[in-house]
Design a protein around this ligand. Structure first.
Ligand code: ADP
Ligand code: MG
Ligand code: MG
Length: 888
């Protein structure tokens, strides 16, 4: 019979950390912690398979589940000496969700379950504290009401506010047992009114209601959004954990807290966390009371650190910290509760961290000998490096401080103020840089946080929702800027007497917590320190070369700074658009014969030569792949009537003639039209000019510095003949130029593989090619038979409906496009074993696609300059066969 339920705690652990696909992360780690001797209240986990089965079977449970649950509950009862629903000694439990990977804030937990009008008396007697018991009961009704019965949480807050008004108290902590009793009565009335049914008194009914709500929440819109953003399949399901309650709200010798074994912002090896005395569950992160620090070292003079307030429990916690890090060999994010001076562990998981922290922790753990260097390389998520490549504020730049909050997630960001997630998304969609400003954030805001350049909240601490989510996403965030007052209605924020309206610009510095009026100048990040160390280790592990796609000197310099080993794609047409040159380009297009075209191309030659000379200088001694002209000529002509007239007059051409030429060149499907080597075949003088510019530039640089190695690349080749013809043109020009100069240089001629025909006949084409570069942007278009420019109308729906697992322009379609690459690789190498193979589509910077390139055995990947570090690390991980568990 299938085991649907796994027990943990009190010496009976059926799960382990590596069973998290089945038990979810929380359940697996509760069992693991308990197994290594940490104090975990006993409980059980209902597996993720139950969730899957629940949705596969029309929201019903497997038959055996009820009995297995009952048995596991009995085991808890036995080990803590309390009974579920018992009037004298009631067992209370929490019901918690837990997916394979943590989904912060996505699923809701119900605490104190098992309380009713009878058991609340039992709890009063057992604790000797009526206030505590009634506070727990009202918390339970509130959570259960909101999570399971779907009652709006405002309805509960209104009732508490009403009681506070009547009693004249402001703090929850000042309310008495009687006050809470009245709150409970009012809650029950309100719920009966809202739901048409009395609040469930039967603990069994409560339990199954809560379990159903956890499974139900797997399909709520917040969870669905989160999964979409993080590529988590819906089929994984969530587990449910049911666990004996411990109470952090039973008095001043009780507390609850969350902490990280190292600083999740900087990675510093220092215990880092917050706690609250006499509090329960999520009080710490809810931002209602201000949490206190754990360590004395971290405390400000007016704060009460746990180290001083509860020295014994703190010492226990420090021991737990050491044990957990040694056991998991990674930074842990833990939740604990102290009940009457005794520490209980409620959760551990690999802690989310910023990219900077991820790097520092990986490097320091390797240096401490906790992990080896390869493991350190595997630990850092390549995509997260983007964050480190974020600019920071220029220390010398002038600025006007508006307010200061907590440095919740590093990086600087500048943008216009918006006050809602929807607006953030809408305006970011139009290309605007926005800063999302909220009093505090909740899971409903995730899409806006994702769209924003940065996030600013006026409430909440370093473990608030905004802070945790922003760090995970790599968005700069300033949290808890209490000096700022936000008025959503007026769409303004105010600090002192400065008022900023929606749409005005501010700058935030997530590393210092500062907020500035207007925009502040920024500087590029440094490539040294931990970053340099880890990249060095990565370079030792990788086999794939990493080049950059670059055509300007600035791009080329950035690429080198980031460690590019050459240029994998230089698109020469970008050089044609410069205002100084476009005239000559158009003159060439308008020329009626070859002579006219040659005259115009003469004018372009010196410009192109200078372009290449500059690139060769920067890439001293490294390979530079230059693609000859690719786009159809009409792209260089003006499209609007007004522009047409202006250009015609500037060129001294007849408008009518220009209109005619534009009409002749117009294409119904430019993606498949007169472009690529088809231009080179029909207008050989264009490629000749480009080849001359390349060779002259290369000779120029070879004279004074290291000889560059130009790799001349012919685009859109579909047949061997096309390459034969264009190659012959280039070789002819090379001989001419070398003869004129009296010197030679090494060069190669190759082709892009971006048409299925080229891939299928790669053995033949390889005969005329020194290298192949897979142009996977066009190859994706031609293999799928879709035009990227028009794909926006259906591609998102395809991804949403699961027809395609991912956008094939972002991550290579391994099954189809990948198969073409594989075929071309095998055929090409069979014909010419030394054929050099690379990829230059945007996929060259995508870690999953890089893993594919490693698998098929390409020689290098080429990507945009800023993605070069990402590609270096991804290539190293691909070589190490890393999949895995990365936390930043
Ligand atoms: P999340 O996944 O949102 O972190 P959790 O299931 O961890 O949700 O629960 C939320 C809060 O409730 C946490 O602070 C946790 O420590 C607390 N909690 C959960 N179970 C218990 C329990 N059995 N006793 C006391 N506190 C609990
Ligand atoms: Mg939660
Ligand atoms: Mg938790």
């Amino acid at each position: 019979m299938t085991q649907w339920v796994y027990s943990f705690g009190a010496g009976h652990n059926e799960g382990r950390a590596d069973m998290r696909n089945l038990l979810g992360g929380k359940g697996a780690n509760l069992a693991e912690m308990s197994a290594i001797g940490l104090p975990v209240p006993p409980g059980f986990t209902i597996t993720t398979e139950v969730c899957t089965s629940y949705y596969d079977n029309n929201r019903t449970y497997p038959d055996a589940l009820a009995a297995q649950t009952r048995a596991a509950l009995a085991r808890i009862e036995q080990s803590v000496g309390l009974t579920f629903g018992n009037a004298e000694k009631p067992l209370l439990v929490s019901v918690r969700s837990g997916a394979r990977v943590s989904m912060p804030g996505m699923m809701d937990t119900v605490l104190n379950l098992g309380l009713n009008d009878t058991t609340v008396q039992g709890l009063t007697n057992a604790a000797g504290d009526a206030r505590f018991a009634w506070d727990s009961y009202r918390r339970f009704i509130q959570m259960y009401g909101a999570v399971v019965l779907d009652v709006d949480h405002h309805r509960f807050e209104e009732i508490i506010e009403q009681i506070k008004l009547e009693t004249g108290e402001v703090e929850d902590t000042a309310l008495t047992a009687d006050d809470w009793m009245r709150v409970v009565d009012a809650y029950k009335d309100m719920i009966a009114q809202e739901t048409g049914k009395p609040f469930p008194q039967d603990p069994e009914e409560q339990l199954w209601g809560a379990i159903g709500a956890v499974f139900g929440s797997w399909m709520n819109p917040r969870a669905i959004t989160y999964r979409r953003l993080h590529d988590i399949p819906a089929t994984w399901g969530t587990a449910v954990n049911v666990q004996a309650m411990v109470f952090g709200n039973m008095g001043t010798d009780c507390a609850t807290g969350v902490c990280f074994t190292r600083d999740p912002s900087t990675g510093e090896n220092m215990f880092y966390g917050e706690y609250l005395v006499n509090a329960q569950g999520e009080d710490v992160v809810a931002g209602i009371r201000t949490p206190q620090p754990l360590a004395n070292l971290r405390a400000k003079p007016d704060e009460q650190p746990m180290e001083t307030v509860m020295p014994k429990a703190y010492a226990e916690l420090m021991a737990v910290r050491a044990k957990l890090e040694a056991h998991y060999q990674d930074m842990q994010d833990i939740e604990f509760t102290v009940q009457r001076g005794t520490l209980y562990m409620l959760q551990t998981r690999n802690g989310k961290r910023t990219a900077a922290a991820s790097l520092r922790i990986a490097v320091e753990m390797a240096n401490e000998g906790l992990i080896d260097r390869k493991e350190a390389v595997k630990r850092v998520n390549p995509s997260s490096l983007d964050q480190l490549l974020h600019p920071t504020l220029d220390p010398k730049a002038p600025r006007t401080l508006l307010a200061k909050g907590l440095p919740a997630s590093p990086g600087a960001a500048c943008g216009i103020v918006v006050f809602s997630a929807d607006e953030a998304e809408a305006r970011a969609g139009k290309g605007e840089a926005v800063i999302l400003v909220r009093i505090e954030t909740s899971p409903e805001d995730i899409h806006g946080m994702h769209a924003a350049r940065g996030i600013l909240t006026t409430r909440g601490g370093m473990t608030s929702h905004a802070a945790v989510v922003a760090r995970g996403m790599g968005r700069p965030c300033v949290a808890g800027a209490g000096g700022i007052a936000v008025d959503y209605n007026a769409q303004t924020l105010r600090a002192g007497n400065v008022e900023i309206q929606a749409g005005q610009t501010i700058t935030i510095d997530g590393a210092s917590g500062e907020v500035f009026v207007g925009s502040v100048a920024m500087i590029e990040p440094a490539m040294s320190g931990d970053f340099g160390t880890l990249m060095g280790w990565a370079d030792e592990c990788r086999r794939l070369g990493v080049r950059a796609n670059a055509e300007t000197p600035l791009d080329a310099e950035t690429a080198r700074k980031f460690g590019a080993e050459g240029i994998g794609l230089c698109r020469t047409e970008h050089m044609f658009f410069d205002p100084e040159r476009i005239g000559a380009v158009r003159q060439m297009i308008m020329a009626s014969d070859e002579r006219g075209r040659r005259t115009a191309l003469e004018k372009l030659l010196p410009f192109q030569r200078d372009d290449f000379t500059a690139l060769f200088r920067i890439m001293a001694g490294l390979p530079v792949t230059i693609r000859l002209l690719d786009p159809p000529l009409h792209e260089f002509l003006p499209h609007e009537e007004d522009d047409l007239i202006a250009v015609a007059s500037a060129l001294g051409t007849d408008v009518e003639a220009m209109r005619r030429r534009a009409a002749e060149l117009a294409e119904a499907n430019p993606m498949l039209g007169h472009r690529g080597c088809r231009l080179g075949v029909t207008f050989p003088e264009i490629y000749e000019m480009q080849a001359r510019a390349i060779f002259e530039g290369a000779l120029e640089v070879a004279k004074t510095g290291q000889a560059p190695h130009p790799e001349i690349m012919i685009p859109l080749v579909g047949t061997r003949k096309e390459l034969d013809i264009t190659r012959a043109q280039i070789e002819k020009v090379a001989e001419e130029v070398f003869k004129e100069a009296g010197r030679r240089i090494e060069y190669s001629v190759g082709t892009m593989i971006e048409l299925p025909r080229a891939a299928l006949t790669a053995d033949s084409i390889a005969g005329a090619a020194d290298f192949f570069s897979f142009g996977t942007n066009d190859l994706t278009q031609t293999v799928f038979g879709l035009s990227r420019d028009d794909a926006g109308k259906f591609l998102p729906a395809y991804v949403d409906q699961g027809i395609l697992p991912k956008d094939p322009f972002v991550s290579i379609d391994v099954e189809g496009v990948g198969e073409m690459v594989r075929i071309a690789t095998n055929k090409g190498r069979a014909a010419k074993p030394k054929l050099k193979l690379g990829i230059c589509g945007e996929h060259g910077g995508d870690p999953a696609s890089i893993a594919f390139c490693e698998q098929v055995g390409l020689d290098y990947v080429s990507c945009s300059p800023y993605r070069v570090p990402v590609a270096r690390l991804a290539a190293a991980q691909a070589a190490l066969g890393a999949g895995g568990d990365r936390t930043a």
